[in-house]
Write a protein that binds this ligand. Structure first.
Ligand code: HEC
Ligand code: HEC
Ligand code: HEC
Ligand code: HEC
Ligand code: HEC
Ligand code: HEC
Ligand code: HEC
Ligand code: HEC
Ligand code: HEC
Ligand code: HEC
Ligand code: HEC
Length: 501
């Protein structure tokens, strides 16, 4: 495969030279397979000298089967002795799985490394069928080689952190090869990675930075859009934090290790991790996937602006644009921060103790006075919205028909949101215009609600008067009837009970 051609062939030649000058150990000499094959001078036996398996007591027969205790070719490589021959296709990975998916067998070699690579690989994105339809696209040997397999920690291993990028990109950087499988998949990972702090340091020999496998995993790699993938949006912060929040891992770099802690309490972190809102940025939403670098002063507004386009547009035309550029201040971050971004409130605006504006503006400058005015305007808009809302609620509680005004409360909300965004123009006049529009909406809703409430009182007043009149009438009628009755009774006594006629 690609890797075998590019890396193993030259390595084999080198090892052969080394081996030719090295005496055989006694253990090797007792292995019939190795003895004869070394005599043949073939590559497998040459490479095997430095194989982790050789070092751990796994022999040729451990993988290939057969009878290692004889130097007779026929007997040694006989199917009845369990000889498997040269494995092909999925037979290769199955050969490895016989040990690496069997923890009991691995324990018999006193090994404690994880097992289960085979199952993970089959279920991974690399476990699909290859173009010939006969075998899986990727076998264990694609990444590890066959003879001359090294421990991951060995700097010559193709999956050592400093080499794994070359191993993965032997395919992923090969547009012609990749197109056959998935024409839609980008092939620019290497190019971008090389521009990131991770990539630059990795190329310079730093094995602690992120490489392909630290973000994607190794055997169980899944499509980015798979919810179980380590790079699925809701999983990304944890993936990055596995290093960036680890003070031991990050020791010596001199950068903070609080990004995850701050992010998970931020408006973005809560939206993504708690509300599962995929519209909110995970770490890569701001840092990029492969060009994972901190956005510089230049690109930071563009990053926030990919989602908060209006704020970014307004900022660009604001007096702060030029002033911040001149002072080399990042646009949005200067006021909102980066990882700890909190919900924005009007408290940030104005000249109060929590206001951002007083960090740079002081009494006397025009920014200061504009900031104060903007706050007063925002407060009055807020107050207007509140009173419109409570009037509508009052009318509703009194059972009045208020659907129209209630619907228009949305406009008052919209006006408030518009004003909050318009803050970013940092332009007193433009801001006042938006506020004026909002206040007009508020007062027309309030007016309608007030009318409805008045109507309620009017109706209730009308009903009260009618009831009163009826009651008064009823009472006076009653009194009148009683009086007549009493009068009759008096006359009856005088007349001796003669009925009224
Ligand atoms: C006495 C010499 C001798 C011994 C012992 C021997 N082999 Fe071989 N082996 C050969 C030769 C020669 C070939 C090449 C035969 C061929 O190409 O048909 C070969 C071929 C192979 C192949 C490649 C088969 C293929 O299908 O291409 C494998 C794998 C192999 N041997 C493994 C082993 C193992 C494992 C043992 C021990 C159990 C072993 N050999 C013992 C001489 C030996
Ligand atoms: C860790 C498992 C493993 C061990 C141990 C191992 N082999 Fe292999 N061997 C393989 C695999 C897998 C292949 C198929 C490789 C491929 O597709 O390139 C193979 C292929 C071969 C072939 C065929 C090569 C060819 O190009 O046709 C020979 C010969 C061979 N092995 C001999 C040996 C000998 C001799 C030893 C011991 C010195 C040995 N193997 C130890 C896994 C192993
Ligand atoms: C796509 C490349 C790739 C393939 C295919 C692959 N591996 Fe790995 N393997 C790696 C990487 C990378 C590591 C380094 C550890 C890490 O970063 O997780 C590794 C590590 C290992 C380790 C060390 C223990 C561990 O799990 O970390 C073993 C054992 C191993 N692989 C065996 C296998 C076996 C068996 C197969 C086939 C079933 C296989 N690998 C297929 C890339 C691969
Ligand atoms: C006979 C059992 C057996 C077979 C078959 C086998 N391995 Fe291993 N493998 C081992 C043992 C034992 C170790 C050493 C584990 C240790 O150091 O704890 C090992 C180590 C490894 C390591 C190094 C892990 C590390 O510590 O970084 C890799 C990679 C690996 N094997 C890959 C393979 C591949 C690929 C195949 C198939 C071509 C294969 N193995 C076949 C038993 C086997
Ligand atoms: C033998 C070539 C080959 C090697 C080596 C290889 N890949 Fe892949 N990889 C592919 C192909 C082909 C696909 C596309 C499969 C598909 O879309 O069905 C793929 C898919 C992926 C995907 C999924 C992309 C997506 O979101 O759809 C990721 C992630 C990935 N590989 C990462 C890696 C990493 C990390 C390594 C190294 C540890 C690696 N690959 C090694 C060929 C390879
Ligand atoms: C710092 C973490 C990180 C590193 C390092 C990394 N990736 Fe990715 N990778 C990601 C993220 C995040 C995504 C995209 C997830 C999404 O689209 O939502 C991704 C996506 C991919 C994809 C899908 C296609 C695409 O480009 O969007 C492939 C293939 C891939 N990576 C391969 C690689 C390879 C090969 C390397 C090594 C050169 C690598 N990655 C290094 C985090 C990383
Ligand atoms: C394998 C561990 C590891 C993983 C996983 C990892 N990083 Fe890093 N990252 C590092 C190390 C180590 C540095 C080097 C620090 C330095 O040079 O300042 C670094 C540097 C950075 C830098 C540059 C810091 C600076 O200003 O110097 C950024 C930004 C960054 N990583 C973001 C991310 C993001 C986002 C993710 C997840 C998508 C991620 N990293 C995943 C280890 C990792
Ligand atoms: C809303 C955008 C955004 C998100 C989300 C984000 N970052 Fe950042 N990150 C930044 C900005 C902006 C900087 C500062 C760049 C500068 O000042 O040069 C930064 C700086 C960094 C640095 C450099 C060291 C430091 O703290 O200043 C690292 C490392 C880093 N981020 C990692 C992460 C990780 C890990 C996550 C996810 C948990 C993450 N970032 C999420 C925007 C973001
Ligand atoms: C000079 C300080 C300052 C700068 C610079 C700044 N903001 Fe704001 N931002 C504020 C204030 C103050 C508020 C709160 C307004 C309110 O609620 O009344 C706010 C509110 C917001 C809101 C919530 C309101 C809305 O529009 O939905 C977002 C989102 C926002 N800012 C994004 C950004 C982005 C993106 C940038 C960079 C282009 C940026 N901000 C630059 C001060 C600033
Ligand atoms: C991937 C898109 C995306 C990026 C990039 C992004 N944001 Fe956000 N942001 C959101 C979403 C979605 C919300 C709303 C979260 C919620 O539901 O509360 C939000 C909320 C906010 C809020 C709070 C708004 C409020 O109403 O209180 C501020 C402030 C903010 N972002 C500033 C920034 C800054 C500054 C940056 C750049 C450093 C940035 N955002 C980058 C998507 C993004
Ligand atoms: C990081 C420092 C900084 C912060 C924080 C800041 N400003 Fe400014 N602002 C400046 C600078 C520098 C200028 C340009 C010089 C000047 O006119 O004072 C400016 C100019 C202005 C202007 C234009 C003044 C004019 O003369 O036309 C307004 C309006 C303004 N700021 C409002 C605000 C408001 C409102 C806030 C709080 C939400 C704020 N600023 C926060 C630094 C800042």
């Amino acid at each position: 495969m690609v890797f075998v051609k590019q890396v193993l062939a030259p390595a084999a030649a080198l090892l052969w030279i080394l081996l030719a000058s090295a005496p055989l150990s006694r253990a090797d000499a007792r292995d019939g397979c190795l003895t004869c094959h070394q005599g043949l001078g073939d590559k497998p036996s040459a490479l095997f000298a430095h194989d982790i398996h050789a070092a751990r007591g796994v022999t040729c027969a451990g993988c290939h089967g057969g009878n290692a205790s004889t130097d007779d070719m026929e007997q040694a490589m006989n199917k009845t002795a369990g000889f498997l021959g040269k494995p092909v296709g999925d037979g290769i990975s199955l050969m490895c799985a016989r040990c690496h998916s069997d923890s009991i067998r691995m324990a018999s070699f006193h090994s404690r490394i994880p097992t289960g690579q085979f199952a993970a690989l089959q279920q991974s994105v690399h476990g699909r069928l290859s173009l010939n339809g006969k075998e899986r696209m990727v076998q264990c040997t694609t990444c590890h080689g066959a003879h001359g397999i090294l421990a991951v920690s060995n700097p010559s291993s193709p999956v050592h952190p400093l080499n794994v990028v070359a191993t993965c990109t032997s395919c992923h950087n090969n547009a012609k090869y990749m197109r056959q499988y998935n024409p839609g998949l980008a092939v620019d990972q290497l190019e971008k990675y090389r521009t990131s702090v991770h990539g630059v340091r990795n190329a310079a020999g730093d094995g602690r930075v992120a490489e392909c496998a630290s973000c994607h995993g190794s055997h169980g790699i899944l499509q980015a859009k798979d919810v179980r993938s380590r790079v699925y949006p809701t999983n990304i912060p944890g993936t990055c934090a596995s290093c960036h929040s680890d003070t031991v891992h990050m020791r010596g770099y001199g950068i903070p290790t609080d990004q995850f802690a701050k992010y998970s309490m931020s408006v973005h972190g809560i939206a993504l991790l708690e509300k599962k809102d995929l519209g909110a940025p995970a770490c890569n939403g701001c840092h990029g996937n492969h060009g994972a670098t901190p956005p510089g002063v230049e690109s930071i507004s563009k990053v926030c602006g990919t989602c908060h386009a209006l704020n970014a547009d307004l900022f660009s035309s604001s007096p702060h644009k030029g002033a911040f550029d001149a002072a080399n201040l990042p646009e949005c971050e200067t006021c909102h921060g980066n990882h700890e971004i909190l919900p924005a409130t009007s408290g940030l605006l104005g000249v109060g103790p929590d206001a951002l504006c007083i960090r740079c503006h002081s009494a006397g400058d025009s920014g200061y006075s504009t900031a104060g005015t903007m706050r007063v305007l925002v407060d009055s808009l807020e107050l207007g919205e509140k009173s419109a809302r409570s009037l509508v609620e009052e009318a509703e509680q009194k059972g009045m028909e208020i659907a129209e005004a209630k619907f228009r409360l949305r406009d008052t909300r919209q006006a408030a949101l518009e004003a909050r965004t318009m803050v970013h123009s940092f332009d007193g006049a433009r801001f006042a215009a938006v506020i004026a529009k909002g206040l007009a909406t508020n007062s027309s809703v309030a007016e309608e609600a007030t009318k409805t409430v008045q109507e309620f009182y009017f109706r209730r007043f009308g009903l009260g008067v009618a009831t009163l009149i009826i009651t008064v009438l009823a009472v006076s009628l009653y009194v009148y009837v009683r009086r007549i009755e009493r009068r009759q009774a008096g006359e009856g006594k005088k007349t001796g009970g003669t009925p009224l006629a």
